[in-house]
Design a protein around this ligand. Structure first.
Ligand code: 5AD
Ligand code: SF4
Length: 467
């Protein structure tokens, strides 16, 4: 779509997890039917939306500093006689609601993640001079409620895409705000998911990552009325012609059942990469976190997954400095990491979140101790990641080519293990899968050379590559 003098422009800044990335895309789709065209330049925007994250204190604070910068732009536009509307969406909006409007006068509207279907109405309120704050948990099926035109408006955004199939969390880990900001676990119906996946594939997507705060808690009724879990859904999606690769994230160890594990053995389209957060290797800390499993349960689970898919790349999340974490508890985490051997993992210093049970515990770990633990853990994880990447040098891997590379004449793709691969190649390869000989290891990616065209994991109508 090209701009006309009447086109309004929206700039959305996205913080936090992939679910927010997905939500921002859907907001863009919904706003498009209201006449808003997306822009990457905040200074051109008539509507600025911050899609925020509340998971840790730093993430939440970023919103207020960004609002300071947006205020300068809004005032400059006003001097030119141009109105800029500023909205805060996402989990900070949900958690802080009216407080944001009070603390930041620049904000015209506040909208929580369950209410994006109301965005057009909220913008109309703003035009009438109101400052709406909408944080109802009215419905979880927000995108099912969008006008059909918005749902059908899936714009091409490249070769890979996220697809939310489940939202919310009932697990109530004692450190986590998600059950409060995203509400109870809700699964989207099969038909809606299949429809959206088909539209994505039509728009050029070849790899879909299914999203959910507890994605493996997804369940729904299959076409014959029988109860489906994530495994059956993955099989159904793999039938879509042209959909070459599937991934899912984020999983909870307690929802990782045998049926889903078997899919990792049997479904070639399901990529061998699993993000399975454990948070800590200490049973005492896991209990205090209300994770409701022990470290050994997790290790045995990883063994069972590796029994069926020995090459699987494991990833995880860790928190250090949880209240009451002793040196011995932390060493148990280090031992668990050593035992699992991660291909990638994310680790964070515990951040007390208002309203969560752990925030009230009187045994907070000092920042200096937490920092030192984080440093050691991240060094171990970085070494494991390098070792994993190094282990692929000299092998041949199927790479899905995603976009032009860093330098002219280069192309960038991803291995089944989610590693970035850079190689000499032609933009016409984008969207196809080719076999690549991995020759070396850079800081953030592997290097290689294409050796032959390969068909996608299933028989799909993807074009064969010319040699
Ligand atoms: N402090 C630090 N890390 C947290 N996470 C969630 N809540 C907190 C918190 N209060 C981490 C967990 C989770 C990831 C998304 O963020 O590791 O898996
Ligand atoms: Fe937060 Fe725990 Fe739910 Fe994950 S499982 S979203 S960490 S409460």
């Amino acid at each position: 779509m090209t701009g006309t003098p009447n086109t309004k422009r929206v700039f959305i800044k996205t913080y936090g997890c992939q679910m927010n990335v997905y939500d921002s895309d859907r907001m863009t789709d919904a706003l498009a039917i209201e006449g808003y065209e997306p822009t990457d330049h905040v200074e051109d925007a008539d509507l600025v939306l911050l899609n925020t994250c509340h998971i840790r204190e730093k993430a939440a604070e970023k919103v207020y500093s960004e609002l300071g910068r947006v205020r300068v732009l809004k005032e400059a536009a006003a001097r030119e006689g141009r109105r800029v509307v500023v909205g805060v969406a996402g989990c900070v909006a949900q958690a802080e609601g009216d407080e944001i409007a009070r603390r930041a006068p620049v904000v015209d509207l506040v909208v929580g993640p369950q209410s994006y279907q109301h965005l057009p109405a909220l913008l109309a309120d703003v035009a009438r001079g109101k400052r709406p704050v909408e944080t109802e948990f009215a419905i979880a099926e927000k995108f099912e409620r969008l006008p059909a035109a918005a749902r059908e408006r899936t714009q091409s955004r490249g070769v890979t895409a996220f697809l939310t199939i489940q939202e919310g969390c009932d697990k109530f880990c004692t450190f986590c705000v998600v059950p409060y900001t995203r509400g109870a676990e809700v699964s989207r119906p099969v038909a809606r998911i299949v429809e959206e996946a088909e539209r994505l594939v039509e728009a050029g997507v070849r790899e879909v990552t299914l999203l959910g705060q507890n994605v493996n808690a997804w369940h729904g009724a299959g076409p014959d009325g029988s109860e489906w879990g994530l495994g059956q859904l993955l099989y159904r999606l793999a039938e879509i012609p042209g959909l070459a690769r599937l991934r899912y994230t984020t999983s909870h160890p307690r929802d990782m059942d045998d049926a889903l594990i078997a899919v990792h053995r049997d479904l070639p389209a399901l990529m061998p990469y699993l993000h399975l957060p454990v948070q800590s290797g200490s049973d005492a800390i896991l209990a205090a976190m209300n994770r409701r499993h022990r470290a050994d349960d997790y290790l045995r689970l990883v063994d069972r997954i590796r029994d069926v898919r020995p090459d699987i790349a494991m990833s995880g999340d860790f928190i250090v400095g949880f209240p009451g974490e002793s040196d011995a508890d932390f060493e148990a985490t280090m031992r668990l990491v050593e035992r699992v051997g991660y291909a990638a993992a994310y680790s964070f210093k515990y951040s007390p979140r208002p309203g969560t049970p752990a925030a009230g515990l009187g045994t907070q770990v000092s920042d200096a101790v937490a920092s030192e633990r984080l440093y050691r853990l991240q060094a171990l994880i970085a070494a494991q990641q390098t070792a994993f990447n190094q282990s692929k040098v000299g092998t041949h891997m199927d790479v899905l080519f995603e976009r032009a590379g860093r330098r002219p004449g280069q192309i960038m793709g991803r291995s089944p293990y989610l590693q970035a691969v850079q190689l000499d190649g032609d933009p016409s390869w984008i969207g196809r899968i080719g076999r690549v000989a991995i020759s070396g290891l850079g800081t953030n990616s592997l290097f290689g050379a294409r050796i032959e065209a390969v068909p996608a994991p299933r028989a799909t109508p993807l074009p064969e590559m010319a040699t």
